[in-house]
Design a protein around this ligand. Structure first.
Ligand code: ADP
Length: 168
């Protein structure tokens, strides 16, 4: 993807530099699905203006859950974490947009819901770190890696016709 960096041509306003078009892997975890929060969560990403590139209700294979959290495999909570992700279906999604990775993390809030600001998904909808409702990639590289892991079938290409109303 090309960086969205604009030369400040004469007469045009300079826009934020080095904001890149990215993808983030976002997942409503099993507690969010069970609690009926799927629509609420998708709505927040839609209203923000990001572009949905993939979406599925998914019974996660054990190997996918283990691979997804492999960086945490030495943590004491790793086994419970994998069990939590396997405890019911998840809603797996890929969202695309300029700076979507960091922005999604802001929408989601801090890992510990009690430390998450009100207005964030975890701040509004969760209490415990072990039941924190949603995942979002923590870097653009992980956005790509996690997307390849959860959507080996690939993403949906489509034109978001409201783009001129979201972006200069
Ligand atoms: P984030 O999901 O905010 O990127 P991490 O990558 O640090 O956070 O952790 C991944 C997930 O592991 C968290 O969302 C949470 O579900 C779980 N987790 C993290 N820390 C703990 C903990 N101390 N106890 C239980 N579960 C945890």
């Amino acid at each position: 993807r090309a960086p969205v960096v604009q030369a400040a041509a004469a007469g045009s306003r300079a826009r934020a530099v080095s904001v890149r078009n990215e993808i983030s892997y976002v997942m409503v975890k099993p507690d969010g699905v069970q609690r009926g929060l799927v629509g609420e969560i998708i709505g927040r990403f839609e209203r923000k203006g990001f572009k949905l590139r993939a979406l599925k209700l998914y019974s996660t294979p054990k190997e996918v859950a283990e691979e997804h959290y492999k960086d945490l495999s030495s943590k004491p909570f790793y086994k419970d974490l994998v069990q939590y992700i396997l405890s019911g279906p998840v809603v797996a999604m890929v969202w695309e947009g300029d700076g979507v990775v960091a922005s999604a993390r802001k929408l989601i809030g801090a890992t510990n819901p009690l430390a998450s600001e009100p207005g964030t998904i975890r701040g509004d909808l969760a209490i415990e770190v072990g039941r924190n409702v949603i995942h979002g990639s923590d870097s653009p590289d992980n956005g790509e890696r996690e997307t390849a892991l959860w959507f080996p079938e690939g993403l949906v290409k489509w034109d978001q016709t409201l783009e001129p109303w979201l972006k200069e």
